[in-house]
Design a protein around this ligand. Structure first.
Ligand code: 13P
Length: 244
């Protein structure tokens, strides 16, 4: 169960959030729980969450270890802070910051090689869904993201299906529709990585997940967890989703 805070919260707000959130999920061991704040909150979050069942992730990573890349953050920099997870290829990065299937692949390979757990996002935009292209888009995004990644290397991989039309819009995919898309992704994972890997692959759903729809979504066999934006910003609301 992953929280994507996007560009919200200061370090003080992060400390306050975790002070409230950690007791609410203490002892919850059904799911892995991860909070992905902005980079500027990472050190505070790690300090506040130390010794708890909540891991700290980030929302992007560069593919090089270091170099003249103004404004970028590398995997070694994150690992030395204690970051364990990284969201890769979020649709907002694809839409606003020039992220492509190829840069998703570079980031993903780096994350896996460095020992970070990548949460690799795929999902169609509304026009693609309306044109009946959803399955093609998901297959293409998976093929390109996982290019030259072996099943052995990909062991930690998590995929998030986030239909772009459902992000921040209050329009959730129905559980059935989300499950269908997850099945397409899993079938593609069979092609790329084999049956055994695909059966174990965790696929999260993201897009307007709220406390009142989490149970219906999570009760789908194909849906292994959630990547939550807006509703993860409030500790009570994210805890309610985690414990649906
Ligand atoms: P919302 O939950 O705000 O729709 O955002 C989903 C998302 O983009 C998570 O990465």
């Amino acid at each position: 169960m992953a929280a994507n805070w996007k560009m919200y919260k200061t370090p003080d707000e992060t400390r306050e959030y975790l002070r409230e959130f950690l007791p609410l999920v203490a002892g919850h061991d059904r799911d892995e729980i991860v909070v992905c704040p902005p980079y500027t909150d990472v050190a505070t979050a790690i300090e506040a969450a130390r010794g708890s069942n909540v891991a700290v992730g980030v929302q992007n990573v560069h593919w090089k270890a270091d170099g003249a890349y103004t404004g970028e953050i590398s995997a070694p920099m994150l690992l030395c802070l204690g970051v364990t997870h990284v969201i890769i290829g979020h649709s907002e990065r694809r839409q606003y910051f020039g992220e492509t299937d190829d840069t998703v692949n570079l980031r993903l390979k780096t994350a896996l090689e460095s020992g970070l757990t990548p949460i690799c996002c795929v999902g169609e935009v509304l026009q693609e869904r309306e044109a009946g292209l959803t399955d093609d888009v998901l297959r293409r995004q998976c093929v390109r993201a996982f290019h030259a990644v072996s099943a052995k290397k990909a062991a930690k991989l998590i995929v998030a299906y986030e239909p772009v039309w459902a992000i921040g819009t209050g329009k959730t995919a129905t559980p059935e529709l989300a499950a269908e898309a997850h099945a397409v992704i899993r079938r593609e994972a069979v092609e790329i990585f084999g049956d055994e890997f695909a059966a174990k692959l965790r696929i999260l759903y993201g897009g307007s997940v709220k406390p009142d729809n989490a149970k219906a979504l999570m009760s789908q066999e194909e849906i292994d967890g959630a990547l939550v934006g807006g509703a993860s910003l409030d500790p009570k609301s994210f805890a309610a989703i985690v414990k649906y």
